[in-house]
Design a protein around this ligand. Structure first.
Ligand SMILES: *[C@@H]1O[C@H](CO)[C@@H](O)[C@H](O)[C@H]1NC(C)=O
Ligand SMILES: *[C@@H]1O[C@H](CO)[C@@H](O)[C@H](O)[C@H]1NC(C)=O
Ligand SMILES: *[C@@H]1O[C@H](CO)[C@@H](O)[C@H](O)[C@H]1NC(C)=O
Ligand SMILES: *[C@@H]1O[C@H](CO)[C@@H](O)[C@H](O)[C@H]1NC(C)=O
Ligand SMILES: *[C@@H]1O[C@H](CO)[C@@H](O)[C@H](O)[C@H]1NC(C)=O
Length: 425
């Protein structure tokens, strides 16, 4: 697909243009491993609905999908251009004026220059960006916004800017500086922090967090100096070598809460041996091959398999369309519903297990009873699957539907992923 190819091309070019990242100083780490809770967003009125979850992942990866409403004058707006501030329809611009149902569900506390923000840890991107007081008040709404003037350690990076845009020209953009960032008691001085001074309406509609902590490889980082890309190191890049192990682990529970742990692999959290597979980081993602799948243990090849990535920032398990089609052909009453934007089925249907290959030696199995993402209607009669197709976009995105049943270690030292099956609940 042209869109995803272009996306890769852009990220590859970004990787080729080498620019000096800021030197970040670490205080000698007093903790060589640390945990960060992931909790439910209390401002979130109800779960993400399936269509929102699909739209979010399609937008994040610039996939084309018929059901994604084109919001703005996308023809005239140039990609990377400054994004208009949020237009709240009733003029007061309070956050309640915006649809909140797309809000990110899961938040983890991060302290930046003495200010605590709730950020989403995202292994599918590499920018640490936050809502800032440089945004119009109506755009900030109920978010906590970082105020650089109230931080004694913030330093503006002259001329640097960041801009994250999506297929429909939504996104976030702004200034860049460095500050002291404390996550779980581990402190990095001079961590690059990106301050949004513009966010698109649809971006905010898709995430009600105060920002993101990107945990993918730094060639995906969008910081530039106005002339060329100057990718900044992620928080994980900066702490990795001072930890007991250069890893972070995602232990996400079926209800979506859970724990990120840095520096340590807690072997009590999974059964059996951890399976390790090397990642291909050339695109900046935690990427691996996934060329087969199984339905209730019946293994099938996916000869035209797209590469897969492990993404804690995506709710769904987005597989190649032919895999989703094969899976739902085994689900009684399932249909791919264009209006809802994906596969739905009667909530009382018994779903088979699905397994997806992680490299060539391990299959991650998601039990049938952990696949439903959400009900589509109030009465809970029709459900939206947590496994969906990628519409031929050329990348499989393995998100929370998979993490609920898999304990996953991200190893930045030897660039590999470790998978362990979580005990069935
Ligand atoms: C905001 O959006 C509404 C409806 O979409 C539109 O009528 C109005 O002109 C917009 N206001 C501004 C200031 O852009
Ligand atoms: C605008 O929205 C806010 C937040 O929902 C609400 O409190 C306020 O009453 C609304 N104002 C009008 C004029 O509708
Ligand atoms: C990476 O390191 C882990 C230990 O942290 C080791 O168990 C694993 O075999 C290594 N994986 C690869 C692909 O080298
Ligand atoms: C790594 O990924 C890139 C981009 O997806 C791909 O072009 C390349 O062939 C892959 N390399 C290997 C060894 O699989
Ligand atoms: C539908 O499911 C939700 C979440 O599990 C629950 O809170 C609600 O009561 C259910 N509604 C009905 C009508 O069963």
């Amino acid at each position: 697909m042209p869109s995803i190819r272009l996306f890769f091309l852009v990220t590859l070019l970004a990787a080729i243009v080498l620019a000096a990242p800021t030197k970040s100083k670490r205080t000698k780490l007093s903790k060589r491993s640390f945990k960060v809770p992931r909790s439910l967003n209390p401002k979130h009125p109800r779960g993400l609905n399936g269509m929102d979850a699909m739209r979010k992942v399609y937008m994040k990866y610039n996939f084309k999908g018929g059901f994604i409403a084109a919001t703005k004058n996308s023809e005239s707006e140039n990609s990377g251009a400054v994004i208009s501030a949020i237009n709240s329809t009733n003029g007061t611009g309070t956050v309640a004026a915006l649809p909140e149902e797309n809000a990110a569900l899961f938040l983890s506390p991060v302290n930046i220059g003495g200010q605590t923000l709730n950020l989403d840890f995202d292994s599918g991107s590499s920018d640490l960006w936050v809502f800032s007081t440089g945004l119009p008040q109506r755009a900030i709404g109920g978010h906590s916004a970082f105020d650089p003037q109230k931080s004694t350690s913030f330093k503006l990076m002259q001329g640097a800017q960041f801009s994250i845009t999506y297929g429909d020209n939504s996104g976030a953009a702004g200034l860049v500086g460095t500050d002291t960032v404390d996550i779980g008691g581990v402190v990095v001085e001079n961590q690059a922090v990106e301050l949004a001074t513009a966010v698109s309406r649809s971006f905010v509609q898709d995430t009600n967090t105060d920002g993101l902590v990107g945990l993918a490889f730094n060639q995906l980082n969008t910081v530039n100096n106005g002339v060329q890309k100057t990718p900044q190191k992620t928080f994980f890049d900066n702490v990795m070598n001072d930890l007991d192990l250069p890893v972070f682990t995602a232990d996400l529970d079926p209800d979506g809460t859970g724990v990120y742990e840095f520096g340590k692999i807690d072997t009590t959290k999974f059964t059996g041996e951890m399976a390790w597979i090397p990642v291909n980081s050339s695109s900046g993602f935690w990427q691996f091959d996934s060329a087969s799948f199984a339905i209730d243990g019946q293994v099938q090849d996916n000869p035209a398999a797209s590469p897969a990535i492990a993404d804690t920032g995506t709710s769904l398990l987005l597989v190649d369309q032919q895999v989703a089609d094969a899976y739902y052909s085994q689900v009684q009453g399932a249909e791919n519903n264009a209006q809802v934007g994906g596969f739905i089925y009667p909530c009382d249907t018994q779903l088979p297990d699905i397994s997806v290959a992680i490299g060539s030696d391990y299959m991650a199995t998601i039990p049938g009873n952990q696949i439903t993402f959400a009900a589509v209607d109030q009465a809970n009669t029709t459900c939206f699957g947590g496994v969906q197709g990628n519409g031929g976009a050329g990348l499989q995105i393995y998100g929370d539907t998979m993490f609920k049943s898999q304990f996953v270690a991200f190893n930045g030292g030897n660039q590999s992923l470790g998978f362990g099956a979580k005990p069935t609940q």
